[in-house]
Write a protein that binds this ligand. Sequence first.
Ligand code: LLP
Length: 441
Amino acid sequence: MTHTLVYPITARHNDAGHLEIDGCDIVGLAKTFGTPLLVYEEKSIRDQCRRYMKAFAEHTQDFEIIYASKAFSCVAVAQMVLEEGLSIDVSSGGEYHVAKTAGFPAEKMFFHGNNKTRAELEYALDGGIGFVVIDSFQELAMLDGLVGSRGERQKVLLRITPGVEAHTHSYIQTGQVDSKFGFGLDEGVAMEAIRQGMAAANLDLIGLHAHIGSQIFELEGFRRAIEVLVGLIVQANKAYGFECRYLNIGGGLGIRYTEEDTPSPISDYAAVKVEGVREEMARAGLPMPRVLIEPGRSIVGKAGITAYTVGTIKEIPGVRTYVSVDGGMSDNIRPMLYEALYEGMLANKAGAPADTKVTVAGKHCESSDILIRDVALAKPEPGDILVMPATGAYCYAMASNYNGNPRPAVVLVNEGQARVIIERESYADLVAKQRPLHPGN
Ligand code: LLP
């Protein structure tokens, strides 16, 4: 099989010439569960969690790996990362609800977002959420009030925008000055946030947070963000006696979507983040804080593949051949939104040479609904099972019902067993919340 680096760890082609993941034949799964189908390999998810835990433990005893559940918010996966010792980051009341349903203890939950509503905050406070990452002055005041009216005290971090531009697609950069997120450093904004956070009667300001972007290959941006954060900590320490006990430096580690991608290993990422904090804090003569990171994509991205059934094949002589599949932008918007590149293969022809150049199109009524431009496949025919690897992060999470397409089923494979962790939506689900114009029909 070609392209093994972008597939889950146990992917291989079996004696039937099919793609198999951890003992499960993908063609068989497509038959049993239908397509489009998302298949996650349990081993890949657990393996990434363990790599993170091990890599950070090599540098410090005081750290926390927080799964950014926005990458794939799902009860079964939340339970898996909890079993692996991770904490969880939720960015809405809905993600909080999923984590809570999964049985996540409140003290391992971090609540993010630039516009958390009062209702969302109240819901999270009802459950005793461990940490709120405050994004604005309005939120700071609102949360202080809400917590106070309950006679409680809430641990909080402040989200800082360090003014560092990550090398990634501009839509997924978040640390630059012109960002909707967090408190910027210019004109003393972040300093003022720290002052207000410390002064707030019902908030316990335990630390700072920064996330500079996603799908980042070069680690130097993280190092610069740490320098900037520690500079701020030093300033606030001098001015207000601020003690930063928790330093959360976000997620962002990139993954391999295509053979050309060159992500950094988790071990290097851990070294840059922890040793970066250690060096900067030591230079400032301040104690080492607890180091927190929030990986999302790199936990689940490579664990997932999407299987589609090939339908229409349209050859435009001298131009290109469109191979249409039974999903597209409603289950993977990333190629259209971020110009994301993917690999592909035919699961039922895994052993055959990939000698036919085609363009894989979705089934939606839009010309932009192209999943992969110019990919080499074994000669495609209707009924083939086309697989796109590395679809585990931000695909189901951003799925929609566009064009009335029910969201796909999601199965988890492990040691030859496959089980549904999210059922396929039905047509009935599509209208379940709708009400007729005339009552009674
Ligand atoms: N922490 C915060 C505050 C975040 O905003 C994010 C991602 C993460 C952690 C996790 O970052 P990761 O380790 O996954 O890079 N939909 C886009 C990605 C958006 C990322 C949003 N924030 C995509 O499909 O590429």
